[in-house]
Design a protein around this ligand. Structure first.
Ligand SMILES: C[S@@+](CC[C@H](N)C(=O)[O-])C[C@H]1O[C@@H](n2cnc3c(N)ncnc32)[C@H](O)[C@@H]1O
Ligand code: SF4
Ligand code: SF4
Length: 352
């Protein structure tokens, strides 16, 4: 069931120059800007401006980059984020914690990408190739159906979803049973072609293509999709292209990103265990999407329902610990992820 017919060479096979002309350029403080290409497709850029790249490269060479990143983050935590995260969690737990509003499902356990910031890149991932059973996938979807679920369903987690040939049928099943859910899929784009794009697109609300390339070039398969879409207005809101660096330095990702070092634990709680549930190939529920190897195992949904795991004592114990201090949970101790939900997804914005 694995789809081996893909190009493994992320970032080395582009036909396209970065053709973004700075129409409506919006630079933000966090190294992120929005651009539109000549066909009018929205392109999100991360850390790609020449000045930013030069500064980052210089600081990395001098061994100062991580230090500065840590200091900046600690200041933001102290003066801005801590209060925001607390307000969100207080609001969510004011009465009974609501059901998760995002579920991520990993139907296959591996990725073909080589991103140096990612703990499950193809060089470092200790996991073996495992497919989620079709019966388990169906069980999860039927469980969501019974819950009348209207949140976000992400058909990817710490993997490349298009390496799984069944992903099209899975998306179709999810769409059929969950007409009001917001179905997303994140891909590095390399396994895509027009046939696959056509097979998936009607059954998802969002296809997010993370194009990783240090020269800011589009992978040829991503470029093919862009060209194919150019006269199809209906896809413009659905398909999102992101230009990103393959060798970026990002979050420590639960202390497991190999290109990051030790950090001083952040003095802030974390919203992830209050909002999203993450299902791995064997039904394991990991603490959060950063916990790729389920080092903090919350439960398993093979013999249990999603809501039973979500409202379990074990999950609440974890939430209480994280609220007291990240130091109480080993993977959180070394994690510098801070997400403020209104910046994540529309589904979550609606919720808060
Ligand atoms: C693990 S990937 C899986 C989906 C797909 N392979 C992709 O890259 O879009 C999901 C998201 O996690 C992000 N990610 C991976 N490692 C990260 C890190 N150390 N810090 C921040 N984000 C990270 C990726 O860039 C991607 O947007
Ligand atoms: S970020 Fe995505 S594409 Fe890159 S190695 Fe990780 S899972 Fe693969
Ligand atoms: S602090 Fe803990 S729960 Fe939050 S993202 Fe990091 S590892 Fe996950």
């Amino acid at each position: 069931m694995l789809d081996k017919d893909h190009n493994n060479n992320i970032g080395h096979n582009s036909l396209l120059d970065n053709n973004s002309k700075n129409k409506d350029l919006k630079t933000t403080k966090r190294g992120f800007f929005v651009d539109y290409n000549k066909e009018g497709f929205r392109i999100d850029h991360y850390n790609t401006t020449p000045l930013r790249r030069v500064i980052r490269k210089g600081l990395i060479k001098l061994g100062l980059f991580e230090y500065i990143k840590n200091v900046k983050k600690r200041l933001m935590v102290k003066y801005v984020w801590k209060k925001q995260v607390k307000n969100i969690i207080d609001k969510l737990t004011e009465t009974k914690l609501p059901l998760f509003d995002t579920i991520s499902i990993e139907t296959f356990s591996k990725c073909n990408g080589g991103c140096s910031f990612c703990p499950v890149n193809k060089f470092d991932d200790p996991r073996s190739d495992v497919l989620m059973s079709e019966s388990l996938f169906k069980k999860v979807i039927l469980n969501l159906y019974d819950l009348n679920y209207k949140g976000q369903v992400i058909l990817s987690l710490n993997n490349e979803p298009f390496l799984d040939k069944r992903i099209y049928d899975f998306a179709k099943m999810a769409r059929a049973y969950l007409p009001d859910a917001y179905i997303s899929i994140l891909t590095n784009g390399t396994p895509l072609n027009i046939e696959r794009f056509e097979k998936i697109i009607d059954n998802v609300d969002e296809l997010l293509i993370d194009n990783y390339n240090d020269n800011l070039e589009w992978h040829k398969n991503v470029k093919t999709i862009m060209e194919y879409m150019s006269d199809k207005e209906i896809y413009k809101d659905k398909v999102k292209f992101r230009m990103r660096l393959e060798n970026d330095v990002l979050d420590t990702r639960a202390g497991q990103a190999n290109n990051r070092g030790w950090i001083k634990t952040l003095d802030i709680s974390c919203v992830y265990p209050f909002l999203g549930i993450n299902i791995q190939v064997n039904g394991d529920v990991a603490l959060c999407c950063n916990d790729a190897l389920a080092k903090e195992l919350v439960g398993n949904v093979v013999n249990k329902n999603l809501e039973d795991v979500w409202f379990s004592k074990k999950y609440f114990d974890y939430r209480n610990k994280i609220n007291s201090s990240r130091k109480l949970v080993p993977i959180c101790e070394g994690c510098d992820t801070v997400d403020i939900p209104r910046r994540i997804s529309k589904a979550k914005v609606a919720r808060i």
